[in-house]
Write a protein that binds this ligand. Structure first.
Ligand code: PMT
Length: 405
């Protein structure tokens, strides 16, 4: 199941470190090549020799232990990984990851790697619930780190509560599932729109909206991670540019977005329109800066923009088309209307008045509608989590459609 996969297993210093032996052994049995990095504290709970024997590789302990003079060990290790699995993760290593501290081999490798990181925390119940730890975990989730939830039960410290390392077989199952999912969109071409369009009144003033591009960029990054070839057509954004390997095309107005998306539409397998596109634009754009007049009032005349999504829906030739709906009331009614009118396969509706949802926040609360009505309803999640669930749903529905054809 993990044949050919290169996994770096990081072990930090908690009592659950002894379970890392079982995790290591199961990963190797599943076919993975495992290289282990331990913190000094971890070596108090379990010996490096145990992990060396089980992984059949030398164990990395000290940043300055350079086994091979041809490479720098922590960079080589970081580059080698298809996945870094940190199990168990203590509150201390989570804090180092959140702040970017690199003072030993494990934290340095975690900072140097561009591979996906999966973390299985284990600690005392009160430590796990501490706002500082919660904050660090939230921050790491937003950066794309995946968490394997700890279990609830009797902890080594004597407390009963949440903080027990997930069982080794569940951790390995999560790894197997992650690798399977990472090929989910292999061979697919995904076109995403992000941000808010800008409709100019003159050369310095414009009409726009609050879209930051966070939702669209999260979809683009996630699709790329799942193996797709991704193009993002982005209007005005304030979010950090997508970290993953995606083609980024900048546009400004609804009309430019229409032309850019239409030109790429025939080559796309999946199109996701998360951009907030202006419905109206000024009829005239004044050259230079519009002058103030003596009049107390100024009436702006606006005209309709072309509905890009509707245009794509009318031209659909096998593409899987996903629209978004930014609503403030009667979510289902409006979402279903948009789905049908714009000939979408799915509509993702967000109530943009709800706290933690919609414009310019890192999270979203969405309901997804298909031709049969509501097909999913997700609570407050990070936009990356929404993106992942959405792309899984898209992949499932495309597979079902292909099976029918
Ligand atoms: O960017 P963020 O800050 O992360 O915020 C995310 C978001 C709130 C912008 C996003 O989640 C969202 O809801 N995007 C759609 C916003 C919107 O324009 O909704 P709408 O209900 O007005 O439009 C419905 C659909 O038609 C959308 O897919 C939109 O892209 C599309 N549309 C609308 C008008 C138009 N002229 N052309 C279009 O293609």
């Amino acid at each position: 199941m993990l044949e050919g996969k290169r996994i770096v297993l990081g072990i930090s210093g908690g009592i659950a470190a002894y379970k890392a032996a079982s995790i290591c052994s199961k990963l190797v049995q599943a076919g993975a090549s495992v290289k282990v990095v331990m913190t000094e504290s971890a070596t108090r709970f379990i010996t490096p020799l145990t992990l060396q024997t089980l992984s059949r590789n030398p164990v990395y302990l000290d940043t300055f232990d350079e086994f091979d003079p041809a490479v720098v060990a922590h960079i080589d290790l970081a580059d080698h990984a298809d996945l870094v699995l940190l199990a168990p993760a203590t509150a201390n290593i989570l804090s180092k990851m959140a702040t970017g501290l690199a003072d030993d081999m494990l934290s340095t490798t975690l900072l140097a790697t561009t591979a996906p990181i999966m973390v299985a925390p284990a600690m005392n119940v009160h430590m796990y619930a501490h706002p500082a730890v919660e904050h660090n975990m939230e921050l790491l989730k937003r950066r794309g780190v995946r968490f394997i939830e700890p279990g609830t039960g009797l902890l080594a410290c004597g407390y009963v509560g949440k903080g027990r390392l997930a069982e080794p077989e569940d951790i390995v199952a999560a790894v197997v599932q992650w690798f399977a999912a990472s090929r989910l969109l292999e061979g697919k071409r995904v076109l995403v729109t992000a941000g808010g369009t800008v409709e100019r009144l003159d050369s310095v003033r414009y009409l726009t909206n609050d879209s930051s591009g966070k939702m669209g960029f999260a979809i683009a990054e996630t699709a790329a991670r799942l193996g797709a070839k991704v193009t993002v057509v982005a209007a005005k954004t304030t979010a950090a540019m997508p970290a993953a390997d995606v083609e980024l095309v900048h546009v400004e107005s609804a009309e430019e977005m229409l032309q850019t998306v239409a030109a790429r539409y025939d080559d796309a397998d999946i199109v996701i329109k998360s951009a907030a596109v202006a419905d109206y634009r000024p009829v005239t754009r004044v050259p230079g800066k519009m002058k103030k007049t003596n009049s107390e009032r100024l009436v702006l005349e606006l005209e309709r923009t072309t509905d890009i999504l509707q245009t794509l829906g009318a031209r659909k030739k096998g593409q899987f088309l996903v629209g978004f709906a930014a609503e403030t009331e009667q979510i289902e009614t409006y979402a279903m209307d948009k789905l049908q009118r714009k000939n979408c396969d799915l509509i993702v509706a967000n109530d943009v008045t709800a706290e933690g949802a919609g414009f310019n926040v890192d999270t979203n609360i969405v309901q997804v509608f298909g031709a049969e009505g509501r097909v999913a309803s997700w609570p407050l999640l990070s936009k990356h989590e929404v993106a992942e669930k959405l792309l899984q749903l898209v992949a499932e529905r495309m597979a079902a459609r292909e099976a029918r054809e």
